[in-house]
Design a protein. Structure first.
Lengths: 256, 256
């Protein structure tokens, strides 16, 4: 049965989509069957994997709100073993539409049930908020990965994120846990990166992955070619870091 | 009567808070009386202006949901002429709490009415979404400033943002307009920045400010000292860019 990993951080622009797309690709590259659920109305993960507008006919909005079977929304990507449920801008209305729907928090978990036997991993790319979309992802997930940009503002929201995960575990999903925090956009030339990284390791200790994702321009170029950086330039430092992260995630998975 | 500017972009991490804090400071530095409303549950703008936890006793949540008078939530900052309405994490619940409140879209506009005679400018720092909080800001505003990171993913959500501003203008706020798009984190060494900047100028033409904010590490260091970069290091390229942006905003304001 598939393990479901939610990629979550309400701070914007910290590398959630980049981590979801490249970690999913790296897991598929080592033979895992992976489904990526694009749960962000901007649809960046769908773009990062090269999906055209036409390929987004049935989306995560339809699965969540219209109860379309997840199989109907699933699209194969150019990467063998990696499929995606694309997102559309309709999703930005879902937060408000969901408010008075019964069992509104469980809709994604229920929708994914049909996919769990087909995949080894399901990754969910979340929007930058802790609203009903991210709540649905936390309730559907077994574990949470938190990308954290090595910047001062990025530290601010961490305690609220941890409290939210704790509340979801107690109220809805007893096995939910933060598997790890991945430091992103680490810039060796910049003192601030070291200070933030040191601070995070004090608070999160062993939860911080050893793999640190460096700031690497090839990572930000890849989406304009509709490719994960692993395909765009596998030898670059960014791609290598995501390959190492995948093996670290798999090691931690064996422990759970 | 004060002009209200909303700093909006649903894409995360594009420089909304950095623009709000530093533009507000630059406007105050040239003698304008400025109020910054922190409307993001992360409270980054409050931190960026050096507010301690204790100074955030009455917040934008209380003004929005409990109808506390805005004067009770306003705190003077270390910058002469610049005051702030701080944010707290309670705000992240407001999106859901607002759904069945009557005239939910007009609450911020109504709350600000009491402040408009005291200031020349009110700036609203918005969260990375187009939900009820940003909707409130768009209805309270006279003009919108859109910070845009020079990255590929940042282009994706622009058409949705423009459509949302158009819908708000037609349905709620007939004078609302996008005053301009400000390119942020521009990196001269990186081709991608040029490509994105060129693309934005094709779509937005003269709406794109001439001032481009360079990627500058001093900008990202300043918040850890609780200061805008104009105070932290006024001679650095980042601070100089925000000073130029302020004079460009003032020129455009004279035209409106
Ligand atoms: N390690 C890196 N080096 C350089 N650029 C990066 C790196 N990681 C991400 N980026 C770029 O930084 C920007 C933000 O990353 P991304 O969009 O993945 O963050 P996000 O958390 O998903 O944002 P949002 O909160 O809007 O969903 C993107 O333009 C991306 O290409
Ligand atoms: N011109 C710049 N040069 C270098 N770093 C910058 C620049 N502008 C912003 N930053 C840094 O980039 C990060 C993102 O900026 P900021 O937090 O202002 O974006 P935002 O759009 O407000 O994010 P969110 O969507 O989470 O509200 C911050 O850590 C900030 O310090
Ligand atoms: Mg994203
Ligand atoms: Mg912000």
């Amino acid at each position: 049965v598939a393990r479901v990993l939610a990629i979550v951080n309400q701070k914007g622009g910290v590398g959630k989509t980049t981590t979801a797309v490249n970690l999913a690709t790296a897991l598929a590259a080592v033979g895992k069957r992976v489904l990526l659920v694009d749960f962000d109305p901007q649809g960046n993960a769908s773009t990062g994997l090269g999906l055209t507008r036409q390929a987004r006919r049935v989306t995560s909005y339809d699965v969540l709100m219209e109860e379309r079977p997840i199989g109907e929304a699933t699209v194969e990507t150019a990467i063998p073993g990696l499929a995606i449920v694309p997102a559309s801008v309709d999703l930005s209305g879902a937060e408000i539409e969901l408010v008075d729907v019964p069992r509104r928090e469980f809709r994604l978990r229920n929708a994914l049930a049909g996919a769990l036997t087909l995949y080894d991993y399901v990754l969910i790319d979340c929007p930058p908020s802790l609203g009903l979309l991210t709540l649905n992802a936390l309730i559907a997930a077994h574990a949470v990965l938190v990308p954290l940009q090595c910047e001062f503002y990025a530290l601010e929201g961490l305690s609220h994120l941890v409290r939210t995960v704790d509340r979801v575990r107690r109220a809805f999903n007893p096995t939910l846990d933060i598997q790890g925090v991945v430091l992103t956009m680490f810039d060796r030339r910049n003192n601030l990166s070291d200070l933030v990284a040191a601070d995070v390791r004090v608070h999160f200790g062993a939860k911080v992955y050893n793999t640190v994702i460096p700031r690497n321009v090839r990572i930000s170029e890849a989406p304009s070619h509709g490719k994960p950086v692993l395909l765009y330039d596998v030898r670059c430092p960014g791609a290598q870091a995501y390959i190492h992260l995948a093996s670290e995630v798999l090691r931690r998975e064996q422990g759970s």
